[in-house]
Each structure stands twice: as structure tokens, then as C-alpha cells.
Design a protein around this ligand. Structure first.
Ligand SMILES: Nc1ncnc2c1ncn2[C@@H]1O[C@H](COP(=O)(O)OP(=O)(O)OP(=O)(O)O)[C@@H](O)[C@H]1O
Ligand SMILES: [Mg+2]
Length: 260
């Protein structure tokens, strides 16, 4: 099992879109994939057509004192090999509970240790805030993927997110490799190209040397959540995500080889 946290403290950078696109891509290549929606806004959950009122079973239950198994809160999707765990709105209140309930920071690591082996890949769609949920995801992750909008202000957020990943790496005494995925790229603007270059200059090979383009077709509701063959959506966005997945898998194989 490989655990990927899709994270950035900045909002609206393409985290949920990336989680869906990479998860779908992995599942279509035959991997057993579990997506976990950690955002109280539940965008990923809604993308699969699950309402948050009444409250569905989902991630919050994994923070109970006697939590259920991952398999019992996972839902299958129309896409073969792809399941997900829904987010619930009260996830936003979890932070307060951490004062009285010790050990909440490792709730997701514990859930994976108990039942994660049922999947080849687990992808966490993180909320855009540095709090208990993101810390849980980073503590459990083998690899952090940071979608970063190709605009100058995003560089600041990227720096903050890399610092957070380093902090978690130090506290858990285990490598936490980071990969940076430039998103929402508009090649017609000078700003996009300049920001991409600035990212590559600063972070070198940790940055994908390509970018996910702006492509509104990828946002149409069911492109990423239905099983229709990818060929039915000849969008630039989706094909860029396929190339990004190739790069991430190669990067991960190289990191694993170096660590051995
Ligand atoms: N490649 C793309 N081209 C065009 N629009 C995109 C692309 N990727 C994402 N979007 C759109 O940009 C918006 C933000 O994307 P998304 O929800 O994936 O970001 P996020 O980082 O998860 O946001 P949040 O921080 O709110 O959770 C959405 O409306 C999404 O449909
Ligand atoms: Mg999101």
C-alpha cells in the first residue's frame, strides 16, 4: 500500500481535482484505490453524488474512540477498483476534540494500519488548512503531492507547505518526499510561464517539468467520477494528468530505490 497526501495550505489550487484525476488514473491502470475526503466542505464526496445532509458515514467515524474499519466506511464507485470515504461537515469541529481526546493525530495512520492493505493506493484529499486533518494525512503519507497554481502568489503557499512537510518528516523520523504539480497553467500568459520557471529554479527535480493546463472540460461534473472510457474525454487536462501520474510513479520508484 502506498499513501499519497494531496495537500496545499492554499485553497483552490486543484487538490480535489488532482485527487480525483490521479485516483481515477490509477484505478484504470488496475490498481485498487481508496480516496479519502478530508475536507469538511466535502467537494470530493459531492462529486460522487453523496449528500452531506443527512450526515453520511465517513471519515469522522475513524476518529471515534472505538473506530470502525476503513472497509466499513468505504463506498464503491462506478469506476472499477475505485472506492472513497466520504467527508462529513462536523469534521470542522474535530480540532476542539483533540484537546480532550489524546491520540487523534494518528487516527488515520491507525485506520490504515488496521485495514489499509485492502488497497494498493490510498489518496488523501486534504483541506486547505494546517490543522488536525492535514497533520493526520501527512503523518500517514509515503508521498506528499502539492498541486500549485502557476501564479506568483502561489509560490508563498508552496514554501509554507514544503516547510510543513519537513516539520512532519522530522517529527516522525521517516522520509516524506514531496512532489510539486503545477496546475491551472495558462501558457498564453507571461505570468504562468514565469511562475513555472521560478518553481523549477527553486525546487528542481521535485517539480514536474510540465503542467496541468487550464481546461474547463475537466471540471464538468462527471468526467472524473464516471467510468466512461477516457477516450470519450479528449481533454488536455485529463491527458496532462495521465502524464503527471507516469511521472509520480517513476519518481516514487526512484525514491524507493534510493532509500533501499
Ligand atoms: N485544470 C483545471 N482547469 C480548469 N479548472 C480547474 C482545473 N483544476 C481545477 N479547476 C477548477 O478550479 C476550482 C478549484 O479546484 P479544486 O476544487 O480541485 O481545488 P482545491 O485545491 O481542492 O480547492 P479547496 O482548497 O477549496 O479544496 C474548481 O472549480 C475546479 O473545477
Ligand atoms: Mg478541495
Amino acid at each position: 500500500m502506498r499513501v499519497w497526501a494531496i495537500a496545499n495550505q492554499k485553497g483552490g489550487v486543484g487538490k480535489t481535482t488532482t485527487t480525483l484525476a490521479l485516483g481515477r488514473g490509477l484505478a484504470m491502470r488496475g490498481h485498487r484505490v481508496l480516496l479519502v475526503d478530508l475536507d469538511p466542505h466535502a467537494s470530493l464526496t459531492r462529486a460522487f453524488g453523496v449528500a452531506t445532509d443527512p450526515q453520511p458515514t465517513g471519515v469522522l467515524d475513524l476518529f471515534d474512540e472505538q473506530p470502525p474499519t476503513l472497509a466499513s466506511v468505504a463506498r464503491s464507485t462506478e469506476i472499477e477498483n475505485l472506492s472513497f470515504v466520504a467527508a462529513q461537515t462536523p469534521l470542522a469541529t474535530l480540532e476542539r476534540r483533540s484537546a480532550t481526546q489524546p491520540g487523534l493525530g494518528l487516527a488515520l495512520s491507525n485506520a490504515l494500519a488496521r485495514g489499509g492493505h485492502a488497497w494498493d493506493h490510498v489518496l488523501f484529499d486534504c483541506p486547505p488548512t494546517l490543522g488536525l486533518l492535514m497533520v493526520n494525512a501527512l503523518a500517514a503519507a509515503d508521498h506528499v503531492i502539492i498541486p500549485t497554481q502557476t501564479e506568483p502568489l502561489a509560490l508563498h503557499g508552496l514554501k509554507g507547505m514544503c516547510r510543513t512537510a519537513e516539520m512532519i518528516q522530522r517529527s516522525r523520523h521517516r522520509e516524506l518526499p514531496v512532489s510539486i504539480l503545477p496546475t491551472l497553467y495558462d501558457k498564453r500568459t507571461r505570468t504562468g510561464a514565469d511562475t513555472l520557471k521560478a518553481m523549477q529554479d527553486e525546487y528542481g527535480e521535485r517539480v514536474w517539468n510540465d503542467a496541468i493546463p487550464n481546461d474547463t472540460r475537466i471540471c464538468s461534473v462527471d468526467v472524473l467520477t464516471r467510468s466512461s472510457p477516457a477516450a470519450a474525454y479528449p481533454g488536455r487536462g485529463l491527458s496532462a494528468y495521465r502524464r503527471a501520474l507516469d511521472w509520480l510513479l517513476l519518481t516514487e520508484a526512484r525514491d524507493t530505490e534510493q532509500a533501499a
